[in-house]
Design a protein around this ligand. Structure first.
Ligand SMILES: Nc1ncnc2c1ncn2[C@@H]1O[C@H](COP(=O)(O)OP(=O)(O)O)[C@@H](O)[C@H]1O
Ligand SMILES: N[C@@H](CC(=O)OP(=O)(O)O)C(=O)O
Length: 458
């Protein structure tokens, strides 16, 4: 049995719906289909999820929102009309559902936002089931509640609860193709709760693990996962295979093609993932697996992301002060902040974190507490940082990996703000200024993938 998830770009229009139906009908093993909300049809288009977020924000701000509702309904109406579906009731129900959720939750902003966001995938799954039926397939819509996707009650940040898996397993006994909306589940108290953005990948993975699928197919708009983001390096190398742990690091660090939190359920269940192109299903795609058959080259991929900052602390004899690091991290914990890396020296410590967490006066509060409670010599915040992750199972056993990177960056005249090597067996982290990050990624791509391979130890 296969679980096939189709991302927003794969279900953005009637033409895309036709491709999905062709793919589903071409393999009887594709028994469970998970869909996102309609995504972008062209570069500057707006995803339905973003329209729904705008709608929730307008309601919360007491602004008029009628035009946004119309724009949302029109996205689905275009698909219905172009497919020639007799589905007049569908559009009426969509409109009624949005209005009734607005009335029910207008005084509970986090619930309203989640209910709006979830409705994008929910109605798309209903529409996909109708279309598959119209194409002569035995297909039915299954809500996450009926399927058994039970999650924590953290709006916008749900995590699956373990009891979901046994319930999901019962889907194996159902007939026909089941269409499940991605991106949300239900809390134990019966509320709709969404996963983080891009979270339909997570639904697909949970369902695949629950039904013990043979494969989790993740259909998107590229032929494969490339060793660098294709928008940074055109014609980058395609990856045939990548391991769960390589993909976890790369997706966490910027390979947005597959959500990093989507790996855990399939990894634990030992289910391979195949990332494929809805627009070119004949292409073999990329397999995410436990162990790669071929590790010809030490580096599998290079990912990058912006929006980081570094809190830099120095204090003479920091090394002698037992509990110093713990007390710094406690201050961050008190403010509900998570951090990425903590490189340190004898008298220095840096904490790298996502800069958007320092809003609403948190930066000033944290710096004041570090100064007062830890009597440091200096504490500053450096903004505008980008992190680059070089990832590969073969790196640990290969000599000269860091040297290759630093030489390449020096040749490209790029200043390295920091390096973190050693805490993970499969990755090295480099920090650079945001404005040079793409140039740095291209320099590293050239060094690791276009120059001669580095020497292997004998
Ligand atoms: N290393 C990579 N390999 C392939 N695609 C990548 C990579 N890094 C980023 N991407 C981007 O991910 C996009 C697909 O992910 P996403 O937009 O979430 O698709 P979907 O609409 O299917 O959910 C690609 O179009 C590409 O721009
Ligand atoms: N529609 C949601 C969830 C999702 O996974 O979408 P996509 O498959 O388009 O990344 C979002 O935009 O976040």
């Amino acid at each position: 049995m296969k679980v096939a998830k189709f991302g927003g770009s794969s279900v953005a229009s009637a033409a895309q719906f036709r491709k999905v139906a062709d793919i589903v009908s071409s393999d009887i093993e594709r028994r469970i289909v998970v869909v996102s909300a309609p995504g972008k049809r062209y570069k500057d288009d707006v995803k339905v999820t973003d329209l729904l977020i705008r709608l929730a924000e307008q309601v919360m701000a007491g602004e008029p929102y009628g035009q946004t509702v119309e724009a949302i309904v029109k996205r689905y109406a275009d698909i219905v009309n172009e497919l020639g579906l007799e589905a007049g009731h569908f559009l009426g129900e969509l409109n009624d559902d949005l209005q009734s959720k607005i009335s029910a939750y207008r005084h509970e902003p986090p619930r309203l936002l989640d209910a709006m966001k979830a409705s994008g995938e929910d109605h798309n799954a209903r529409l996909m089931a109708l279309y598959l039926q119209d194409r002569g397939l035995e297909a039915s819509y299954v809500s996450p509640l009926e399927a058994g996707i039970i999650v924590t009650d953290e709006p916008g940040n749900a995590q699956v609860l373990p009891e979901s898996y046994d319930k999901l397993n019962q889907l194996r006994d159902r007939r026909g193709v089941l269409v499940i909306p991605g991106f949300f589940g239900y809390s134990l108290s019966g509320h709709i709760v969404t996963f983080p953005r891009g979270g339909s990948d997570i639904t697909g993975s949970i369902v695949a693990a629950g039904v013990q699928a043979d494969v989790y197919e993740n259909f998107t708009d590229v032929d494969s996962i490339y060793c660098v983001n294709p928008s940074i390096v055109a014609d980058a190398r395609k990856l045939k295979e990548i391991t769960y742990r390589e993909m976890r690091e790369l997706s966490y660090s910027g390979f947005s093609v597959f959500h990093d939190e989507a790996l855990e359920p399939v990894y634990r269940a030992g289910i391979p993932v195949c990332v494929k192109n809805t627009n070119n299903p004949a292409a073999p795609g990329t397999w995410i697996v436990a162990k790669r058959n071929h590790i010809d080259e030490p580096v599998a991929g290079i990912a990058s992301d912006t929006g980081f900052c570094s809190i830099n602390i120095s204090k003479y004899l920091m090394n002698r002060e037992i509990g110093f690091g713990r007390r710094v991290l406690q201050i961050l914990e008190d403010e509900g902040i998570s951090y990425e890396h903590t490189p340190s020296g004898i008298d220095n410590m840096s904490i790298i974190l996502r800069a958007d967490q320092l809003a609403e006066g948190k930066e000033e509060r944290i710096l004041a507490r570090i100064r007062e409670e830890l009597a440091v010599d200096e504490v500053t915040v450096e903004h505008g940082l980008a992190l680059i992750m070089v990832v590969g199972e073969g790196m640990e056993k290969t000599i000269g990996m860091a040297a290759k990177a630093t030489t390449a960056l020096a040749k490209a005249n790029i200043n390295l703000e920091m390096i973190n090597q050693g805490s993970s067996e499969v990755s090295m982290m480099f920090g650079v200024k945001e404005e040079v990050v793409n140039e740095a990624v291209r320099a590293l791509y050239h060094a690791y993938f276009q120059e001669l391979t580095v020497t292997q130890p004998s």
